[in-house]
Structures are given as C-alpha cells and as structure tokens.
Write a protein that binds this ligand. Structure first.
Ligand code: PBG
Length: 327
C-alpha cells in the first residue's frame, strides 16, 4: 500500500527528532522566582512547595550565585516583610527587605543575569490586597498607582534591572514608566503581568509570602473565563510602555499566551505558578508521573505556545539538565 505521507519517518531516531524539533529550551530564557524573608538567619521551607524556600539575605547570595552558574537568565525577587500596614509602606522603604534583597543580588551578579523584582503591594499590606483600600474596603486603583510609582523608584535605586508590575491595576504600566523616566531611570525595564487571572493556582505562593488575604482578588485580577479581555489588557500594556508581557498562570492559559504572543511585538512570558508546580510535585511523589519529564514537557509547552521567557521554580534544575544533555 502506498502512503506518501508518513509522519513517523521523522520520529525514527533521536537525532532525526532533534533535527526537526521546533522549540528548544535555553537556560538564558528561564526566570527563577526567589522569596526573601526579613529577619531569617536560615532559609525556611515553604509548605506545599517542595524544594522552594524563604531565603535569608545570606542564603539569597548562594541562590543567585547558583542561578548564575547554571546560566539562568533572570531572578524574580519577592520580599516578605516582618511588619505590614494598611498602605504597604514597607514596599517603598529603601531599607526594606525587597530593596535590600535587590541590592544583595546585584552586588553578587552585576549584569550577569537580569535582576527582576515584583512590584506589588500584596506582600506589604496588612489586608493582603495588591493595593490600598477605599472607605468601602475596595481596592482604590488610582491611589494605588501613586504607591507603585513611588515603589518603582526605590526598587530601581536598589538596582533592579526589571520590574514586574503584578497588581493588575489599570494604568499601572504607565504610572511606573512615567515615574521611572521622570527619575532618569529610562533603562529600567517593565515586565507587565498583563493577563493575570484570579486563579486558585496561587495557593502555595500565598503561604510563601505569608499572605493575610481573606476573600479574593476578583475585582482586579482577570476572570478565568475570558480571553478577549486579555487582548485588551495586552493592547493597553504595550501602549503604556511594557517591555515584556506576561501571562499567568502557565499551563491552563496556553490559549491566552498563544493569542497574545501572536498579537504583540514585544517578548512574552509565562509564569508556571506555585499551584501548578505543587501539582506536579504531589503527583510525582506518589509515583503517578515521571517528575523530570513532566517538568521539561511543561516548560517546553509554554515555549511552544509563544513564551520567550519562562518563569518557573524549576529554573535551576532545568538549566542544569539542559547543560548535561548538551542542548
Ligand atoms: C502578587 C503575585 C502573586 C503571584 C505572583 N505575584 C499572587 C497573587 O496574585 O495572589 C503568584 C505566583 C505563584 O503562585 O507562583 N504579587
């Protein structure tokens, strides 16, 4: 029987498969989230996220050294303060934990990797919301922008190369861009959490930052039923000066990532979030799946869907594995 088309021909050997592989992984595209907790002497494990810790300032040094040594492209720093207030004022304290963490990381790595920092208030507010509240307890968008603007200068002065506007406030990219430019920090880049969904998959992260949040973020993060709305967010963020556009979470939102990646002319990023990480770890712990293969598959899948940058808690081990396999 004649079959002109036999796709299996290109799957016969490992080298044949490698020859026609469309997407490859490179450690320099990986971004590693790191948590730094004020007042710690030693790193502290995070419940629900095996292998991920809250760092002390000194264990942060080894973590960024390790990331650099395996060629990871970037670290994304999250600060966990000792004290919180309604305004989140530790966020723009130049001696606060996030600023100090940025300075420590920059001192270690210089420009060898990209030092990024989360620009949001949720780690710093006593109520756990990503902004300040009005008299009805609703997040006040425009007053929050003033805090983001103020925070952006402090984080830039501490040495951040890249700021992650993750609060989902309207106009946040523009507010931060204008503040940075007015302060002469035109080179500090913005990675906008453009399509950040009100997701259940952030569970372990909330433990990692000791979030006091009750309720949800549905009045500012996106409804997970919508993709058209993500396109609007992408149009706005690019127009406001975003340098990189992020979609988050990763795996459940590949359609959104794919649509945005096709529509914009800036690099896109995907964040494989804490709950997605925890699911794989939990399934692997029972023997239900092959952990290492599942991780490579997930990271490759978000690249295939269009992400240039992949933010993942597995960044160091993926980078290490890539080095070993010689790809
Ligand atoms: C907010 C922020 C969150 C995450 C990153 N930045 C949590 C939230 O919106 O509640 C979640 C990341 C993860 O789950 O890994 N600053």
């Amino acid at each position: 029987m004649s079959r002109l088309e036999r796709p299996r021909r290109l799957r016969t050997t490992s080298s044949m498969r490698a020859l026609v592989r469309e997407v490859s992984l490179d450690p320099s595209s990986l971004m590693l989230p790191l948590f730094v907790r004020e007042g710690l002497d030693h790193p502290r494990p995070i419940v629900g996220l095996p292998g991920v810790v809250q760092h002390s300032l000194s264990s942060l040094e080894s973590a960024v050294d390790e990331a650099r040594s395996v060629g990871v492209g970037s670290v994304m720093l999250f600060g966990v303060p000792e004290t919180r207030d309604a305004e989140g004022s530790e966020a723009w304290n130049p001696d606060g934990i996030l600023s100090r963490a940025i300075a420590v990381a920059r001192r270690r790595v210089g420009d060898d990797l990209v030092v990024a920092a989360d620009l949001c208030l949720d780690e710093f507010t006593s109520h756990g919301h990503c902004g300040v509240l009005d008299e009805h307890g609703v997040v006040d968008n425009d007053r929050t922008l003033d805090s983001y603007a103020r925070m952006s200068i402090v984080l830039a002065d501490a040495g951040a190369h890249l700021l992650g506007t993750s609060g989902m406030m309207d106009g946040q990219v523009r507010a931060v861009r204008e503040a940075l430019d007015a302060a002469g920090r035109v080179d500090v880049a913005i990675i906008a959490y453009t399509a950040k969904f009100a997701s259940s998959f952030y569970g372990p992260f909330r433990a990692a930052v000791e979030s006091p949040l009750t309720g949800d973020r549905a009045t500012y993060q996106q409804d997970f039923a919508n993709v058209r709305e993500s396109m609007r967010e992408a149009r706005l963020d690019v127009g406001e000066g975003a340098d990189i556009i992020m979609v988050k979470p990763g795996l459940a939102y590949l359609d959104v990532l794919s649509a945005i990646s096709a529509a914009v002319d800036v690099p896109t990023a995907s964040y494989i979030v804490s709950g997605e990480t925890a699911m794989v770890e939990a399934a692997a712990a029972t023997g239900a799946l092959d952990r290492d293969r599942a991780i490579l598959e997930m990271v490759t899948a978000v690249r295939r869907a269009g992400a240039t940058v992949v933010c993942t808690y597995w960044a160091v081990e993926v980078a290490r594995r890539l080095a070993r396999s010689g790809t």
